[in-house]
Design a binder for this molecule. Sequence first.
Ligand code: BGC
Length: 839
Amino acid sequence: MKNTKNKSAQEILSTLTIDEKIRLLNGVGPWHTYDADKKIPSVMMTDGPHGLRKQEDNQIDINDSAKATCFPTASCIANSWDLDLIKEMSGAIADQALQEGVGIVLGCGMNIKRSPMCGRNFEYFSEDPLLAGSLATAYIDGMQSKNVGTSIKHFACNNQETRRQTSDSIVDERALREIYLRPFEIAVRNVQPTTIMASYNKINGKYTCQNKKIITDILRGEWGFKGTVISDWGAAMSMPDCVKAGLDLAMPDSHGYQIKLLRDAYDKGELTEQEIDRACLKVIEVVLKTTGVKKTTVDYKKAHDLAKKIAANSAVLLKNDGLLPLSKKQKEILVIGQMADDVRIQGGGSSHINAFTSPNVIESLTKKGFKVKYVAGYPGDDVVEQTEPTEIQRMAQEAVVAAKEASDKNIPTLFFCGLTNRTEGEGFDRKDMNLPHEQLSVINKIIEMNKDLIVVLFGGSPFAVPFADNVNAMLHMYLAGEASAEACADLLTGTVNPSGKLSETYPFSENDLPCAGNWGNDSPSVEYRESIFTGYRYYETFDVPVKYEFGYGLSYTKFKYSGLEISSATYNAADADEAIGNVGAACGYGEKLSKSKTNLKVKFTVKNSGKVAGAEVVQLYVKNPASDYIRPVKELRAFTKVYLEPGKSKKITIELDAKAFSLYDVSTQQYIAPTGTYEIEIGSSVKDIKLKKSVKVKGVKYERDDKSKLSSYFRKIKLFTHADFVSLYGKDFPVDLEPTPGTFTIYNSFSEAAKLNKTCKKILDGVIEKIKANNRKLGRSDNDPALKIVIGGLTENPLEGMVLLAGDDFKRNRADFIVNLVNKKRFAALKSLWSKKWD
Ligand code: BGC
């Protein structure tokens, strides 16, 4: 290194030539930053977030990475509502990053769950912004306290995988602020993440990486973000525009393409040196912050035990008619379900961790002293398509016979099922909420003669459980990492008392979703018509029944709530210093509360009135006053988790400030607390309210006549109309049209080209078939999640995105060829194929 020691970022910047500066704005290889001929260190970033996915530059298969501890995924740990545990987990991942020489872990994922069918939901925390923002804050804090950088993602409104690289999320300002940006805002205001990853999609007509309003005005301007903005891999379309909008670093290496675009724009005077310097400084700053940190020695056994502890504290007991925990007297058990043998511990895609070890359920229950009889019941995900229907029937029949025999002999029967890699994963969405057919059909047969079934579920998201009323118990493990099975055995036997609560609503079916009909469609834009009514905000306000509500989860013990006191029956929001406008977590991590002495103090007692030790997630909701403007009936405003020995109680105090009563006022562009009578509700779920008291809030006299304009929202019609949404959105409603011959550009995708042009379709089909054939040669199924991502990347990426990612295999002249072909400019198409311009 050329004596960079003790030099400030600004000093280093001044030593760089304009070419070096431009080069610095694009990565080197898949994971590194540029070292400017050793003038600056180069930092390595790798995927996480629930472990380390460190790849060498030549490892292109997504599943091929260095061994690391596979911790539970975000959707799983979110159910723990345990900030300390999450902090411990990211700290442990940071240790492994340091050992591997990694400076930045690309995580955590923290998008709002708009639909449970988003293929990537397992990487996200919640449908609620306060919960998601607080958990992310804990994750970031744990990692950064070990001097390893984070990259919170995918900023923002990246809420579906369908057309993920091109779709335009049309979100009204209020939903944008209160729901989709807010978790990021909480994290940024509370802990300043090292970097933030700008997502692939467009927001209200503009790619996020080019979206000045999102990156510069809101993120940096309003929230005071000091870190570096990185593009998602291949998301920085038209790099000069991105730099102008505030993006700092485009990843990964575009093999000279983005450098050329930047240099051309600079030469033409379209991009100034100051604009380049601004971005460079941010890259140098992050590199200095995340390199040269001392390695630690990792104790992988300890990390595994931590993964197990977190998994056990995150699983949600959905039903228990008395068979759990398994009686100690029971010696034999019957385990049915291929997933007990081949446990699904994580989701597929760029977050896939190459775990050291992952014991299965049969081994884990045997270790607990049970004599386990195992019957697969249905074929594994990777072979199901090649399995003959007669064989599937035979397997089901074998399970039914075994279940009948177990029932006759009073032997507990456990059924393991869930979503598979074929059904959910990065790069594709689910089409419905059903379990894979082969699993559903066998459980339906079993429950006809064995009503005492204990069902264990795996999956990154809720799925329909039509059998729930006919089984005795249901435990949802989510995707719980390498120690899933051991944690499951601990929970089933009562070694650990379940304490997870759903961080998302569990609806009956996809037809009940607030975004039904307006999500995951094969169309260029996605209208977020439900606006602020995401998750429980919708189900509670519009009285839509759900299978299990937000915040729900059972325990082997009971908790009693008593003695609610609020420090004052009135609250003067206007007295709260700095509270309005600062939307940090009301009680979550960091407790960025107003310093004002006028904060409300909410006090109550929780007692463990049962016979075993356990933990309770205590939730504070604020019920909003009825109004003439749209507002959810109630919102989560604080939460805490208490661990209690049997018979013990704890007095809990939660402080609230004006944020607990606030909404985003679009006309004044700030948070305000409308005057009115609010109710403070303390509950063990959004529906199970144990204590409540009202408080009169003196805030802003807020008048907004939504009532006459937004009839579907107001009359609680469950399907919001396009006309109402346009009216809610206000002026300049962006209209994205499907491309046509003549309007096709490099920002359209190959699949769009294939729809418009036969030759393009032939080329695309041919390439897909070639990729599949190569995959089959490796003995992998066409449903392999890694393959789906590759094919998704090929079909859904804007053509420029493919140029960024494909290197020599797809250069800009080929993209131009496709564009010209679709636009029926055949001669220009041929010319672009021979063009040397982009070599
Ligand atoms: C994913 C990111 C990931 C990146 C690098 C992208 O396709 O969306 O989450 O960090 O690849 O693997």
